[in-house]
Design a protein around this ligand. Structure first.
Ligand SMILES: [Zn+2]
Length: 236
């Protein structure tokens, strides 16, 4: 048998290998700790828990949205996308989440909306819907245009809140959810304005205001001055 004497470089290699594995073993608790931290980070309470509940966005809705962008804003696009710079907060007046979903789900406006029917058949909707208990639903992609505010849909993400309740108010759970959701949106997009729907006409004449039809206006009170004041105190 021919035993070869172990060379210095082979010895170094073995020592390195042993020390590498022993280092890995000693690092195991650190790796475990970091993994657990990462899991907890994903459960960060400052990040919104969002449930995707997409409304129908079929070919007809895409076509109607492209038509709306072109006729109301002069924006001729291939896809019905927006560049978010604003968040508009609403209340639904519809008393439940399910009924609101069913209202937004069809691509075309129901005949009951004679007030805005002449401005196009595209149905109303919003990117987000917050239920009475604060549950956040995402009804459509954040950067797809929803019809929820005159003049500003091309740059505004809409948050609808189910309500108001019998007391004429939204709930504290909804306030908390709106704060977390808006903080998340502000980190993700260059949001310059957070407004209540009742404030939208303040933007007539602003560079972001693109509505071409001067007769197309509706009076709004949602989501109430009190709610917006409380929201502005708490958002980043
Ligand atoms: Zn509204």
């Amino acid at each position: 048998m021919n035993f070869k004497r172990i060379t210095r470089s082979e010895l170094n290699y073995l020592v390195n290998l042993t020390s590498r594995y022993s280092r890995l073993l000693t690092q195991m608790p650190i790796i475990l700790f970091l993994s657990i931290t990462k899991i907890f980070f994903c459960l960060d309470p400052t990040l919104p828990k969002i449930i995707d509940r997409p409304i129908s966005f079929d070919e007809q809705r895409v076509e109607l949205t492209l038509e709306y962008l072109a006729s109301h804003y002069g924006l001729v696009q291939n896809r019905p996308t927006i560049s978010p710079q604003m968040v508009v907060v609403h209340w639904t007046v519809i008393p439940t989440m399910e009924a609101t979903f069913n209202t937004f789900n069809p691509s075309t406006l129901p005949n009951a909306r004679a007030d805005i029917q002449s401005a196009g058949a595209l149905n109303v909707s919003s990117q987000f819907l917050v239920d009475i208990d604060g549950t956040i639903y995402r009804l459509m992609p954040e950067t797809t245009m929803a019809r929820h505010v005159i003049g500003l849909n091309h740059c505004a993400i809409g948050i609808e809140n189910v309500g108001p309740g019998a007391d004429g108010k939204l709930t504290s759970a909804q306030l908390e959810a709106n704060v977390i959701l808006i903080n998340y949106l502000q980190k993700k997009y260059p949001i310059k304005f957070v407004i209540g729907h009742y404030e939208y006409q303040d933007f007539v004449g602003h560079p972001l205001w693109l509505e071409k039809d001067e007769g197309y206006r509706t009076e709004k009170v949602d989501p109430g001055i009190e709610f917006m004041e409380a929201l502005r105190k708490q958002i980043d």
